[in-house]
Design a protein around this ligand. Sequence first.
Ligand SMILES: O=C(O)CCC(=O)C(=O)O
Ligand SMILES: [Fe+2]
Length: 204
Amino acid sequence: MNEIFDSIVDGLAEKGYAVADSFLSQAEVDAILATAEFKHGIDQFKKAGIGKNQGLQINEAIRGDYIHWLDKNTASAPAKVYLDRLQELILYINRTLFLSLKDYEVHMTIYPIGSFYKRHLDQFKKDDHRKLSVICYLNNDWTAIHGGNLRMYLTGETLDFLPIAGRLVCFRSDQIEHEVLPATRERLSLTGWILDQVADLRHL
Ligand SMILES: O=C(O)CCC(=O)C(=O)O
Ligand SMILES: [Fe+2]
Protein backbone atom coordinates (compact mmCIF):
# COMPACT_ATOMS: atom_id res chain seq x y z
CA MET A 1 0.00 0.00 0.00
CA ASN A 2 2.93 2.36 0.62
CA GLU A 3 3.71 2.52 -3.08
CA ILE A 4 0.14 3.51 -3.82
CA PHE A 5 0.18 6.10 -1.03
CA ASP A 6 3.48 7.46 -2.40
CA SER A 7 2.04 7.86 -5.88
CA ILE A 8 -0.95 9.72 -4.43
CA VAL A 9 1.26 12.05 -2.40
CA ASP A 10 3.49 12.73 -5.42
CA GLY A 11 0.51 13.51 -7.64
CA LEU A 12 -1.03 15.84 -5.08
CA ALA A 13 2.25 17.67 -4.47
CA GLU A 14 3.15 18.05 -8.15
CA LYS A 15 -0.20 18.50 -9.89
CA GLY A 16 -2.94 18.83 -7.30
CA TYR A 17 -4.49 15.51 -8.25
CA ALA A 18 -3.67 11.81 -8.29
CA VAL A 19 -5.17 8.62 -9.69
CA ALA A 20 -4.35 5.29 -8.10
CA ASP A 21 -5.61 1.98 -9.42
CA SER A 22 -6.13 -0.97 -7.06
CA PHE A 23 -6.59 1.28 -4.02
CA LEU A 24 -9.21 -1.36 -3.22
CA SER A 25 -8.61 -4.94 -4.36
CA GLN A 26 -11.18 -6.77 -6.44
CA ALA A 27 -12.26 -8.75 -3.36
CA GLU A 28 -12.65 -5.55 -1.32
CA VAL A 29 -14.74 -3.95 -4.06
CA ASP A 30 -16.96 -7.03 -4.34
CA ALA A 31 -17.46 -7.13 -0.56
CA ILE A 32 -18.62 -3.49 -0.57
CA LEU A 33 -20.96 -4.13 -3.50
CA ALA A 34 -22.46 -7.04 -1.52
CA THR A 35 -23.32 -4.88 1.52
CA ALA A 36 -26.99 -4.33 2.31
CA GLU A 37 -26.87 -0.66 1.28
CA PHE A 38 -25.78 -1.31 -2.28
CA LYS A 39 -27.86 -4.48 -2.51
CA HIS A 40 -31.03 -2.52 -1.74
CA GLY A 41 -29.99 0.15 -4.19
CA ILE A 42 -31.41 3.64 -4.33
CA ASP A 43 -34.40 2.84 -2.09
CA GLN A 44 -31.98 3.17 0.84
CA PHE A 45 -30.35 6.31 -0.54
CA LYS A 46 -31.47 9.90 -0.71
CA LYS A 47 -31.34 12.33 -3.56
CA ALA A 48 -28.14 14.38 -3.36
CA GLY A 49 -28.47 18.14 -3.09
CA ILE A 50 -26.31 21.17 -3.70
CA GLY A 51 -25.12 23.49 -0.94
CA LYS A 52 -25.03 22.88 2.75
CA ASN A 53 -27.54 22.60 5.62
CA GLN A 54 -30.44 25.06 5.20
CA GLY A 55 -29.12 26.14 1.80
CA LEU A 56 -29.39 22.58 0.49
CA GLN A 57 -31.32 22.30 -2.75
CA ILE A 58 -32.21 19.44 -5.03
CA ASN A 59 -31.55 20.28 -8.65
CA GLU A 60 -31.70 17.48 -11.21
CA ALA A 61 -30.29 19.77 -13.88
CA ILE A 62 -27.05 19.98 -11.89
CA ARG A 63 -26.69 16.60 -10.23
CA GLY A 64 -28.68 13.38 -10.39
CA ASP A 65 -26.95 11.07 -7.94
CA TYR A 66 -28.28 9.35 -4.81
CA ILE A 67 -26.21 9.14 -1.65
CA HIS A 68 -25.96 7.33 1.66
CA TRP A 69 -23.57 8.80 4.27
CA LEU A 70 -21.31 6.36 6.09
CA ASP A 71 -20.97 6.52 9.86
CA LYS A 72 -17.64 5.06 10.91
CA ASN A 73 -19.21 3.67 14.11
CA THR A 74 -21.89 1.68 12.37
CA ALA A 75 -20.45 1.05 8.89
CA SER A 76 -20.41 -2.54 7.64
CA ALA A 77 -17.08 -4.36 7.84
CA PRO A 78 -16.35 -4.01 4.08
CA ALA A 79 -17.06 -0.26 4.18
CA LYS A 80 -14.91 0.03 7.29
CA VAL A 81 -11.98 -1.49 5.39
CA TYR A 82 -12.20 1.45 3.02
CA LEU A 83 -12.63 4.05 5.78
CA ASP A 84 -9.62 2.66 7.66
CA ARG A 85 -7.53 2.82 4.51
CA LEU A 86 -8.55 6.43 4.04
CA GLN A 87 -7.49 7.12 7.62
CA GLU A 88 -4.09 5.54 6.87
CA LEU A 89 -3.83 7.71 3.76
CA ILE A 90 -4.52 10.83 5.85
CA LEU A 91 -1.71 9.96 8.26
CA TYR A 92 0.61 9.25 5.35
CA ILE A 93 -0.19 12.56 3.64
CA ASN A 94 0.29 14.45 6.91
CA ARG A 95 3.70 12.85 7.48
CA THR A 96 5.00 13.35 3.98
CA LEU A 97 3.49 16.72 3.04
CA PHE A 98 3.57 18.22 6.54
CA LEU A 99 -0.16 18.85 6.59
CA SER A 100 -2.53 18.47 9.48
CA LEU A 101 -5.54 16.86 7.92
CA LYS A 102 -7.86 15.64 10.61
CA ASP A 103 -10.77 13.57 9.42
CA TYR A 104 -12.93 12.51 6.50
CA GLU A 105 -16.57 12.26 5.46
CA VAL A 106 -17.73 9.67 2.93
CA HIS A 107 -20.96 8.71 1.26
CA MET A 108 -21.91 5.75 -0.90
CA THR A 109 -23.07 7.05 -4.26
CA ILE A 110 -25.30 5.78 -7.04
CA TYR A 111 -25.64 7.60 -10.34
CA PRO A 112 -28.66 6.08 -12.12
CA ILE A 113 -28.32 5.52 -15.88
CA GLY A 114 -28.13 8.84 -17.72
CA SER A 115 -27.53 10.97 -14.63
CA PHE A 116 -24.60 13.37 -14.27
CA TYR A 117 -23.06 16.07 -12.12
CA LYS A 118 -22.33 19.29 -13.98
CA ARG A 119 -19.02 21.13 -13.71
CA HIS A 120 -18.36 22.33 -10.15
CA LEU A 121 -15.87 22.82 -7.34
CA ASP A 122 -16.33 20.74 -4.17
CA GLN A 123 -15.63 23.47 -1.65
CA PHE A 124 -18.69 25.35 -0.47
CA LYS A 125 -17.69 28.99 0.05
CA LYS A 126 -14.74 30.08 2.18
CA ASP A 127 -15.68 28.48 5.46
CA ASP A 128 -15.40 25.02 4.09
CA HIS A 129 -13.10 22.43 5.55
CA ARG A 130 -12.95 20.10 2.58
CA LYS A 131 -9.33 20.03 1.47
CA LEU A 132 -9.12 16.93 -0.70
CA SER A 133 -11.82 15.16 -2.67
CA VAL A 134 -11.41 11.39 -2.77
CA ILE A 135 -13.54 9.10 -4.87
CA CYS A 136 -13.18 5.35 -5.11
CA TYR A 137 -15.06 3.61 -7.91
CA LEU A 138 -16.83 0.28 -7.64
CA ASN A 139 -17.75 -0.58 -11.23
CA ASN A 140 -16.59 -3.96 -12.47
CA ASP A 141 -16.01 -4.41 -16.21
CA TRP A 142 -16.46 -0.73 -16.94
CA THR A 143 -15.18 0.44 -20.33
CA ALA A 144 -15.18 3.68 -22.31
CA ILE A 145 -18.40 2.74 -24.09
CA HIS A 146 -20.24 3.02 -20.78
CA GLY A 147 -19.30 6.71 -20.39
CA GLY A 148 -19.52 8.10 -16.88
CA ASN A 149 -16.10 9.74 -17.05
CA LEU A 150 -14.91 12.00 -14.31
CA ARG A 151 -13.74 15.04 -16.26
CA MET A 152 -11.24 17.36 -14.59
CA TYR A 153 -10.72 20.90 -15.83
CA LEU A 154 -7.10 21.95 -15.43
CA THR A 155 -5.54 25.10 -16.83
CA GLY A 156 -5.32 24.51 -20.55
CA GLU A 157 -6.44 20.90 -20.58
CA THR A 158 -9.19 18.57 -19.56
CA LEU A 159 -8.56 15.05 -18.32
CA ASP A 160 -11.02 12.16 -18.30
CA PHE A 161 -10.96 9.15 -15.99
CA LEU A 162 -13.18 6.10 -16.18
CA PRO A 163 -14.84 4.98 -12.94
CA ILE A 164 -13.28 1.53 -12.88
CA ALA A 165 -13.46 -0.74 -9.85
CA GLY A 166 -10.78 -0.15 -7.22
CA ARG A 167 -9.56 3.14 -8.71
CA LEU A 168 -9.11 6.09 -6.37
CA VAL A 169 -9.09 9.65 -7.66
CA CYS A 170 -7.97 12.36 -5.29
CA PHE A 171 -7.70 16.11 -5.91
CA ARG A 172 -7.57 19.54 -4.30
CA SER A 173 -11.17 20.42 -3.46
CA ASP A 174 -10.55 24.17 -3.61
CA GLN A 175 -8.82 24.16 -7.00
CA ILE A 176 -9.96 21.51 -9.43
CA GLU A 177 -13.26 21.91 -11.21
CA HIS A 178 -14.72 18.67 -12.45
CA GLU A 179 -17.86 17.00 -13.70
CA VAL A 180 -19.41 13.55 -14.01
CA LEU A 181 -20.59 12.62 -17.50
CA PRO A 182 -23.72 10.51 -18.02
CA ALA A 183 -23.32 6.76 -18.30
CA THR A 184 -25.19 3.89 -19.89
CA ARG A 185 -24.86 1.83 -16.71
CA GLU A 186 -25.59 2.59 -13.08
CA ARG A 187 -22.37 4.10 -11.70
CA LEU A 188 -21.34 3.28 -8.12
CA SER A 189 -18.69 4.88 -5.94
CA LEU A 190 -17.60 5.97 -2.50
CA THR A 191 -17.34 9.74 -2.55
CA GLY A 192 -15.55 11.57 0.20
CA TRP A 193 -13.56 14.49 1.44
CA ILE A 194 -10.55 14.82 3.66
CA LEU A 195 -11.06 17.64 6.13
CA ASP A 196 -8.80 19.91 8.12
CA GLN A 197 -11.09 19.60 11.14
CA VAL A 198 -13.00 16.81 12.80
CA ALA A 199 -16.15 15.97 10.81
CA ASP A 200 -19.35 17.23 12.35
CA LEU A 201 -22.41 15.04 12.26
CA ARG A 202 -24.43 17.28 9.98
CA HIS A 203 -25.07 14.44 7.54
CA LEU A 204 -25.99 11.67 9.95
O1 LIG B 1 -18.05 10.52 -8.93
C1 LIG B 1 -17.21 11.30 -9.37
O2 LIG B 1 -16.41 10.96 -10.26
C2 LIG B 1 -17.17 12.72 -8.86
C3 LIG B 1 -18.28 13.06 -7.88
C4 LIG B 1 -18.30 14.51 -7.51
O3 LIG B 1 -17.77 15.35 -8.19
C5 LIG B 1 -18.94 14.96 -6.25
O4 LIG B 1 -19.70 14.18 -5.63
O5 LIG B 1 -18.71 16.11 -5.85
FE1 LIG C 1 -17.38 17.02 -7.02
